[in-house]
Design a protein around this ligand. Structure first.
Ligand code: OGA
Ligand code: NI
Length: 336
């Protein structure tokens, strides 16, 4: 129900169905705030150096920030601004777009999977399918009036960046430059515009609990001022401190499978705070639904056993949405 949206009203107290049991709380005092994830400058003219930085980052963290990434900074700022405007629309306007059916391609929703979960998350989100644009844009929100134009331009730029990164990631695995792009087929592209309102009790709940991304590659545009993303590394949660004008890249489950487990789709989560709302825009590059995914042959040719069986993305994605976010890694269900 649209009344469940949390961006439509101010909250003085945290409703009981957002309160995590004591053992599952974020324990904010234990978060490492002075470490960070690798930062890679994509304007590096030493290609071999760039590829080797990508290899290290994908292997060690599964997460990195990119700077000088080619997506115009003004466009990222307009994207964030229009996202804020969207969540400020009147409740009646937002109610028209509300759905909690994960199968719907365009929907405004809340938490993660309200039909399945027992404890909710302090997040509203707008989910959009973004490729091919001419097919989906007519179904996107018509308000704010500049939404469709800004978001489509942003989506095109992000797709280009994603494909550039695929080239570097393929090479970093010793595969041909266009291996990943080819093997994933005609990629879908989805977007989650995540809005985390100010939360009265951030110690008791999450914006998004620990999860891995089910797709191939995620490109995240974050609020520059308000932090909240944390990445799991060696038993600790590390806060991601946004670099000016950076985008955050993470390896999704499909690239973990394709790399035969060499690169990790790492657990991450979003926490909330009581001072300021936070926005993030996640772009997900997803394999074509009927393409067969599995470890690249070249990576098992030396006799290393394939860690994962082959499956279609369709099978994977259905499995992912049928579960709760904070269960075991979904890829575990696809081991050989
Ligand atoms: C996601 C995600 C993190 C954030 O949307 O999958 O991990 O900081 N978002 O909003
Ligand atoms: Ni995520």
């Amino acid at each position: 129900m649209a009344e469940q949206l949390i961006s439509t009203a101010d909250h003085d107290t945290l409703p009981g169905n957002y309160v995590r049991p004591e053992s599952q709380r974020p324990r904010l005092a234990d978060v490492v705030v002075d470490a960070s994830i690798p930062v890679i400058d994509l304007s590096n003219s030493d290609h071999a150096d760039l590829v080797s930085q990508v290899a290290v980052a994908c292997h060690s963290h599964g997460f990195f920030q990119v700077v000088n990434h080619g997506v115009p900074v003004e466009l990222t700022l307009s994207m964030l601004a229009v996202a804020h405007e969207f969540f400020r629309l009147p409740a009646e306007e937002k109610a028209k777009l509300y759905s909690d059916d994960p199968a719907k391609k365009i929907r405004l929703s809340t938490s993660f999977n309200v039909r399945k979960e027992t404890v909710h998350n302090w997040r509203d989100y707008l989910r959009l399918h973004c490729y091919p644009l001419d097919r989906f844009v007519p179904e996107w929100p018509a308000n704010p009036p500049s939404f469709r134009e800004i978001v489509s331009t942003y989506c095109k730029e992000i797709r280009e960046l994603g494909f550039r990164l695929y080239g570097a990631i393929s090479e970093s695995l010793g595969l041909e430059h266009d291996y990943i792009k080819k093997v994933l087929g005609e990629q879908e592209q989805h977007m989650a515009v995540n809005f985390y309102p100010k939360c009265p009790e951030p110690e008791l709940t999450f914006g998004l609990p620990a999860h891995t991304d089910p797709n191939a590659l995620t490109i995240l545009l974050m609020d520059q001022q308000v932090t909240g993303l944390q990445v799991f590394k060696e038993g600790k949660w590390i806060a991601v401190n946004p670099q000016p004008n950076a985008l955050v890249i993470n390896i999704g489950d499909q690239l973990q499978a394709l790399s035969n487990g060499r690169y990790k789709s790492v657990w991450h989560r979003a926490v909330v705070n009581s001072d300021k709302p936070r926005m993030s825009v996640a772009s997900f590059l997803c394999p074509c639904n009927d393409v067969l995914i599995g470890p690249a042959q070249k990576l098992t040719a030396d006799g290393s056993p394939a860690v994962y069986r082959n499956y279609t993305y369709d099978e994977y994605y259905k499995k992912f949405w049928s579960r709760n976010l904070d269960q075991e890694h979904c890829l575990e269900l696809f081991r050989t």
